[in-house]
Ligand binder design. Structure first.
Ligand SMILES: NC(=O)c1ccc[n+]([C@@H]2O[C@H](COP(=O)([O-])OP(=O)(O)OC[C@H]3O[C@@H](n4cnc5c(N)ncnc54)[C@H](O)[C@@H]3O)[C@@H](O)[C@H]2O)c1
Length: 338
C-alpha cells in the first residue's frame, strides 16, 4: 500500500503515518512544517522508521504534482491545512490559499496524473454553520438538545460561516464534485474535536489539549494567572481520540467503493460528548486543582452544540469510535505533561 499524507507531520497526520509504518505500508510525508510542533513530529516519525519526507507546500501546484507523480499513491490522506477559525479571520486570503487552492492542487494532480488514487479529505463541522436551529436546553454544565438523540447527521443543510468554514466547505464540495464529475475516488470526513498525543495545542486550536495543559500548569503553580475561555463554557463537542480517527481514515480507503463521493460526520458520538465546564470538572478532580478562568466573548459563529451522528460511517465504513473520553483524556494529560 503506497500512501501520501499531506500534513503528515501534523497531529493527525503523524499518528496516521506512525500507524501505517507499523503495518509496513509505504508512507511518504508531505508537509511545509508550517505548524509549531511539526518538526518534532517529523523527528519522532523518523525515530520509528524510514519515512520519505517531502518538504513542500500544497499551495504550489508543481510541488503537489511532483509528489503525486513520483509516489503514485494508492491513497492520499489530505490533511494539510490552515486549521484555526481565528487565524482565518485575521488573514482570509492565506486561509483560502492553503485550504482551497491547496485542495484543488491535490485534486488536479490526481485527475491528471493518477486518477485511480483515492483521496480522503479532512473537512470540518464548521460546514454546518452555527446550527442555530437546534432546540437546546441550557443546563448547569452544558447545552443539551431537547430531541436530538444521536447527533447531527449529514443531511443537515450546509452553511459556511467564517473564512475557515468557507475554505474547508469549498474544498469539501470540490472533493465531492470531483467524484461526481471526474470519477475520482474522493471521501470527505467532517470532524469537530480530535484530541490525543502529538497535538501541539494552542488557544486557537485543540481545546482539549490546551485546557489539559492549563490544568497541569495550575497544578505546578496554583497562584498563576487565570486562563481565558471564549463563551460561557457550556458549549458541547464530541471528542474523537486520534487513534479512532486513524482507524476511520483507513476504513475509508478499505471501503472506497461504498464511500466514494460521500461526506461522513466522524466524531466521538453522544457518549463522548463534553462541554468545557465538564472537562474542567474532570481535570479538577483528576489533578486535585481548582481551575480559575475569565470569560471572553463568544467566538464568531461558535456552535453551542455539535455531536457527530456516526450512523452513516458505521453503515458504510464499518467504523465506530472505540476510545472512551475518560481514557482519552488520561492519554492527553500524559502527553501535555511532557
Ligand atoms: N484536529 C482537529 O480537531 C480537527 C478538527 C476538524 C478538522 N481538522 C482538519 O484535519 C486536518 C489535520 O488537522 P491536525 O489537527 O492534524 O492539524 P495540524 O496543524 O497538526 O496538521 C496540519 C499539517 O499541515 C501542515 N501544513 C500547513 N500548511 C501547509 C501547506 N501550505 N503545505 C503543506 N503542509 C502544510 C502543517 O505544517 C501541519 O503539519 C486539517 O485539515 C484540519 O483542518 C482537524
Amino acid at each position: 500500500m503506497k500512501v501520501l499524507i499531506t500534513g503528515g507531520a501534523g497531529f493527525v497526520g503523524s499518528n496516521l503515518a506512525a500507524h501505517l509504518l507499523q503495518q509496513q505500508a509505504d508512507v511518504t510525508v508531505f508537509d511545509s512544517l508550517a505548524r509549531h510542533g511539526a518538526s518534532e513530529n517529523l523527528a519522532w516519525l523518523r525515530s520509528l522508521g524510514d519515512v520519505p519526507f517531502l518538504h513542500a507546500d500544497v499551495r504550489n501546484a508543481a510541488d503537489v504534482e511532483q509528489a503525486v507523480r513520483s509516489v503514485a499513491p494508492d491513497v492520499i490522506f489530505h490533511l494539510a491545512g490552515q486549521v484555526a477559525m481565528t487565524t482565518s479571520m485575521q488573514n482570509p486570503r492565506a486561509d483560502f490559499e492553503v485550504n482551497v487552492l491547496g485542495s484543488i492542487n491535490v485534486l488536479e494532480a490526481v485527475r491528471q496524473h493518477s486518477s485511480a488514487t483515492a483521496i480522503v479529505y479532512a473537512s470540518s463541522n464548521k460546514v454546518y454553520g452555527n446550527l442555530d436551529h437546534l432546540d437546546l436546553v441550557e443546563q448547569a454544565m452544558r447545552y443539551q438538545p431537547r430531541s436530538l438523540t444521536s447527533g447531527v447527521d449529514e443531511s443537515t443543510a450546509i452553511e459556511f460561516h467564517t473564512p475557515y468554514g468557507c475554505s474547508k466547505g469549498a474544498a469539501d464540495q470540490y472533493m465531492i464534485d470531483y467524484a461526481r464529475g471526474f470519477g475520482l475516488n474522493t471521501v470527505v470526513f467532517r470532524h469537530s474535536t480530535i484530541y490525543g498525543g502529538r497535538q501541539f495545542s494552542t488557544y486557537d486550536q485543540g481545546w482539549v489539549g490546551w485546557f489539559c495543559r492549563q490544568a497541569i500548569e495550575t497544578q505546578r503553580d496554583p497562584s498563576r494567572d487565570p486562563f481565558t475561555i471564549s463563551g460561557d463554557g457550556k458549549q458541547v463537542r464530541d471528542l474523537l481520540h486520534v487513534s479512532d480517527a486513524v482507524n476511520a481514515y483507513l476504513a475509508a480507503f478499505h471501503n472506497i467503493a461504498q464511500a466514494r463521493g460521500q461526506a461522513f460526520n466522524i466524531g466521538g458520538g453522544m457518549s463522548n460528548s463534553m462541554s468545557l465546564l465538564e472537562l474542567f470538572a474532570l481535570l479538577e478532580a483528576r489533578l486535585s486543582v481548582k481551575l480559575s478562568y475569565t470569560q471572553l466573548p463568544w467566538r464568531q459563529s461558535d456552535q453551542k452544540f455539535f455531536v457527530a451522528d456516526n450512523t452513516k460511517a458505521e453503515r458504510l465504513l464499518h467504523w465506530s469510535p472505540q476510545m472512551p473520553k475518560a481514557k482519552g483524556i488520561e492519554d492527553t494529560v500524559r502527553w501535555e505533561s511532557r
